[in-house]
Design a protein around this ligand. Sequence first.
Ligand SMILES: Cc1cc2nc3c(=O)[nH]c(=O)nc-3n(C[C@H](O)[C@H](O)[C@H](O)COP(=O)(O)OP(=O)(O)OC[C@H]3O[C@@H](n4cnc5c(N)ncnc54)[C@H](O)[C@@H]3O)c2cc1C
Length: 547
Amino acid sequence: MTETIKDIKKNWDLIIIGGGITGAGIFRETVRMDLNVLLVEQQDFAWGTSSRSSKLVHGGLRYLKEGKIFLTRDSIKERERLLKEAPGLVESLGFWVPVYKDRGPGKWTLEAGLSIYDVIAKKRQHKFYDVQEFVKLVPHIDQKGLTGAFHFFDAQVDDARLVLRLITEAIKSGGHALNYTLLETIDRNDQGQVVGVTIKDVETNETKVLSTSAVINATGCWAEKLHPSPKKNLHLRPLRGGHMIFPARVLPVDQAVSFIHPSDNRAVFMFPWEGAVIVGTTDLDHKEDLSIEPVITEEEVSYLTEGLHAVFPSLDISPKDCLSTIAGVRPVLSEGKLDPSQESREHVVWVDKGLVTITGGKLTTFRTLAFDALKAAKPFLPPVELPDAVEPGFTQSSMIPKQDLGLSPETWRNLLGRYGEHANDLVKEAALQDLKNIPGTRTLWAELPYAAKNENVRHLADLLLRRVRIGLLTPNGGREYLGRVRKLVAPVLPWDRKRWKKEISDYLDQWEYAHSIPGVKPEYNGKVKTLYNNVSSGIKKLFNLKS
Ligand SMILES: Cc1cc2nc3c(=O)[nH]c(=O)nc-3n(C[C@H](O)[C@H](O)[C@H](O)COP(=O)(O)OP(=O)(O)OC[C@H]3O[C@@H](n4cnc5c(N)ncnc54)[C@H](O)[C@@H]3O)c2cc1C
């Protein structure tokens, strides 16, 4: 049974604001500390940057080049931990880096960087391939000036599922979490000490005043709205990155390929993900209002397509081939001087009388951020020990039932990764015909009713864009499957005919606006919908689209 603002009590040891990876990671650790914890998210869980990343769990070769050795070290350690603890959710990903005579870093620079990578991971896993060997494995690659390619390993994840797995495990262990719940104010006493918060359900407008002496602000790009930076010259600089998602038949790669974009020498990449292929990313200042869902622009689509033409000239890929697009905004701390791609991805922690703000950082290092935030919050919490960092970050579950349901070991692995110990319940509750993949994806039909029933789904978009990702992985946002989706999930969602009509129409509008392909999509009546705090409550703002 999903909790609502009505159900929750008044007193809390800790309240976490923000249901992205940073808030979810902290939430997961706090329930190990036996604290009374509430997490609130103004939209859906993972609605912000944490469902719109490049989905890499990586050390970041580029950070080494910039001398950020500790960031690379922490990231690689976290990558190794996550690969061990969350199989099926975080999976190893092979990377190719072609080496050219006249562009990009040379062979010896890459050899040095990859050797450091291997030393940190304590395993040698890079190798150089000469042109003949490489071209056999990646046949469409541009061969002009090619001298060979390095191969190494990083990892990938479904970012939204990572957030959901942490949140659902924390709820199972006694935590409380509300989506569509905005933190309106942080209340302080005469000494300025935090004493509580006021929260509001953005769809029912119900508010509640809660008591607590500790609040963690994990609101990513929004963090300075709740607590301005204490450093005059250091502020959040929202940087947008866009991705295009292609069907695998159009862009046949079975491992990641990283390459240098011809127009600005930035590294861009493509890699297989959930049965499709992601191409990204761009990196530019995001000037739009943060309450409006970020979208990729036509210029960014042209930039990524130009990159694809340069690296795979024979494939003649067009934006028309694209399934969907996605854009996110990086919470990057900046002194405002650098080129976007050179800005540091490190995080900061600011403490102010019971309010701990943590922002910046990466998806990969979410557990490091969680420990840093909790260390800073400790003086405001009841006397408790911090969790032991050597304990696994997830509930460990590797049971694969014996009965033959026709599911492959790979499918079981995916289910265990996404749903942890609940994978078995999902399968037990499913009708046999729903234990089949939705075409073109690695998602089972049975995941839809399970997520709709158990994972705080309020809207169809929550289900199709974040609990499962078929809105991004199937043509036109999965329009052709909506009939079967409705049939499957209607029994577990309390929606009448009218509500279903509205949910479908809102979802399709939202997909058209934020996930279709600019320049390819039909005219969208000249208006942009904001996803303010109330996507489907009817209180939608219309902004005039400025080019
Ligand atoms: C294009 C792109 C690619 C990236 N690729 C990678 C990658 O491959 N690997 C990697 O490790 N990292 C990557 N990152 C970085 C990573 O995605 C972010 O660092 C991370 O997702 C930030 O998580 P967060 O929880 O801090 O912020 P968010 O995910 O944005 O979460 C903050 C949440 O706070 C909520 N909120 C805000 N104000 C309030 C309020 N008043 N009340 C309640 N809730 C509120 C928001 O709605 C939001 O959901 C990428 C980022 C981008 C943009």
